[in-house]
Design a protein around this ligand. Structure first.
Ligand SMILES: Nc1ncnc2c1ncn2[C@@H]1O[C@H](COP(=O)(O)OP(=O)(O)OP(=O)(O)O)[C@@H](O)[C@H]1O
Ligand SMILES: O=P(O)(O)OC[C@H]1O[C@H](OP(=O)(O)OP(=O)(O)O)[C@H](O)[C@@H]1O
Ligand SMILES: O=C(O)c1cccnc1
Length: 482
């Protein structure tokens, strides 16, 4: 884990901009930033928002101490002593709103909104994105795996392959949010209260004269949690028969063996055959755990092949994001204070997807009262009343505005909730188990078409007419100036 003061866990350009604001006397001007991502990972139809708890921990501990100040002074001779004194007095006094962890989220909607002095709101960009991008990516991958595993047990085994310690520990938490049952990482277990599970490695078997001696000794040491790894030499010829013998000895002592673990070879064939052998030996209660570079595609295929696997141990492909190593979340300025009031700002790009949506905005989940299902997310300017009071609104696709419909009688659920006000945390954060339960509940809000793993339907994220017009007006203003 990155230990100690994380205040300098930021890009140098943030400190440079803070300095330039300070030099120009604009450091107290207010600014509004939106955090969002533009593209869903893994071809999935949704993402699972995670990372807020770490963001909150980080913000609450922000402070430039002697070591940080001395380092900055040494790094940049232009940083004047009075600027460094200002940093010493730094306190986070801004407002932050965010969607709760575990929320199902979509591209181009604000997930975190930060509003306050530019001096503070600029500093935190890097760390906020770092935490949110990684944890949201892993929670989303875990959710895909959970989606195919159904009620089977899912164990997070990734630590040894994670991109270093923080990723392992926070990744284990993200996986748990999305429905994993336990982790092998003891630090994650201790820190977050996630249940921990473990079998044994090949080294245990290799470290004995015979496989059966290894199994018996392990069972004698931990008789209530015996899961034996059966593939060190030959799964069907020696591993499973030896495990059966050990299970019978345990029965004689009034104990029941938990499981065997398969870690190589054809997992469908081996699990079916091992199941038969265990059943024939009168051990129907002994479960089968499988591991070996598993991901959602393999688990789906193994189930389709009729594999008799009860528990899936998933490591590398989960904790690293597998095919997608990063979520591309961004932190964009959407309004700034001018003459005491907010003015919306825009970032223009040749790529229409990269044009930002200006203004202080809220996002609502529009839920159909008849079906209880979410119809669209609706991004509106903060001052707009219609959606808040349930008036008729126009839902249209911002890329193809002619595709539209009107809705009324809906329920509009605000997604952004206050997290900090005046720099103070608003209320308690939910517990990890509350987050996990909330996430599972959230999934029921969506039609299965949006949740399927392969070629899901695109869930609409719409702009209000006012938000769309503001965007178009600013676009035209700046393109005309060019
Ligand atoms: N029935 C199956 N259908 C599809 N993929 C499978 C099946 N059984 C196993 N796999 C996957 O195939 C990949 C290769 O497994 P395999 O055991 O052949 O090679 P390996 O990992 O090199 O084995 P070992 O650990 O003995 O070196 C793994 O990701 C494994 O999960
Ligand atoms: O396969 P993953 O999803 O990453 O799950 C974790 C892997 O870690 C262990 O293997 P080990 O470190 O001994 O390496 P190996 O089995 O790949 O040789 C375990 O036996 C799993 O195979
Ligand atoms: O407990 C296990 O079987 C385990 C833990 C971490 C990695 N691979 C396997």
């Amino acid at each position: 884990m990155v230990n100690g003061n994380m205040t300098l866990h930021t890009d140098k350009y943030q400190i440079n901009m803070m300095y330039a604001h300070w030099v120009n006397g604009t450091q107290n001007d207010k600014a509004v930033f939106d955090v969002y991502f533009r593209r869903l990972p893994f071809g999935n139809g949704y993402a699972v928002f995670a990372g807020l708890e770490r963001i909150v921990d980080y913000i609450r501990s922000l402070s430039f101490g002697d070591e940080e100040i001395a380092y900055l002074a040494e790094q940049e001779e232009h940083y004047e002593p009075a600027f460094l004194d200002e940093l010493r007095r730094f306190r986070f006094t801004a407002r932050m709103d965010a969607v709760p962890e575990g929320t199902i989220v979509f591209p181009n909607e604000p997930l975190v909104r930060v509003e306050g002095r530019i001096f503070e709101t600029q500093l935190i960009e890097t760390a906020v994105l770092n935490f949110m991008n990684y944890q949201t990516l892993i929670a989303t991958k875990a959710s895909r795996i959970k989606g195919v595993a159904g009620d089977d047990v899912l164990l997070e085994f990734g630590t040894r392959r994670a991109q270093e310690a923080d990723a392992a520990v926070w990744g284990a938490r993200a996986a748990y949010i999305a429905g994993f049952h336990a982790t092998s990482n003891m630090l994650a277990g201790m820190r977050f209260g996630i249940s921990t599970k473990g079998t044994h490695a090949h080294a245990w078997v290799q470290g004995h004269d015979t496989e059966s001696e290894a199994f018996d000794r392990y069972a004698a040491a931990l008789p209530d949690q015996v899961t034996l790894l059966v593939d060190t030499y030959d799964t069907l010829a020696s591993g499973v028969p030896n495990a059966i013998r050990t299970a019978k000895k345990l029965e004689a002592k009034g104990k029941r063996m938990n499981a065997i673990r398969l870690d190589s070879g054809d997992l469908a064939f081996l699990s079916k055959r091992a199941r038969e052998m265990l059943d024939e030996a009168g051990l129907p209660y002994v479960k089968i755990v499988a591991s070996n570079d598993l991901d959602e595609t393999l688990i789906f295929n193994l189930k389709a092949q009729g594999a008799r696997i009860d528990t899936w141990g998933v490591g590398t492909q989960l904790i690293t994001g597998g095919s997608e190593p990063a979520l591309g979340g961004v932190y964009k300025l959407v309004a700034r204070e001018k003459d005491g009031a907010y003015v919306p700002v825009i970032k223009i790009s040749g790529n229409p997807e990269k044009v930002t949506t200006p203004g202080l905005k809220d996002v609502y989940r529009i839920v159909n009262r008849q079906t209880g299902k979410a119809e669209a997310d609706y991004v509106a300017l903060h001052e707009e009343e219609d959606v808040r009071v349930g008036k008729r609104i126009k839902l249209f696709d911002p890329v193809h505005p002619y595709l539209h419909k009107y809705v009324e009688g809906y329920e509009a659920r605000p997604l952004l909730r206050p997290v900090f006000e005046g720099g103070e945390l608003v209320g308690d954060l939910p517990t990890l188990d509350e987050i996990r339960a909330y996430h599972a509940e959230q999934l029921k809000l969506f039609w299965p078409e949006y949740l399927r793993k392969l070629n899901p339907e695109t869930y609409p994220v719409d702009l209000s007419e006012a938000a769309w017009e503001l965007k178009m007006n600013l676009l035209h203003r700046y393109t005309k100036q060019l």
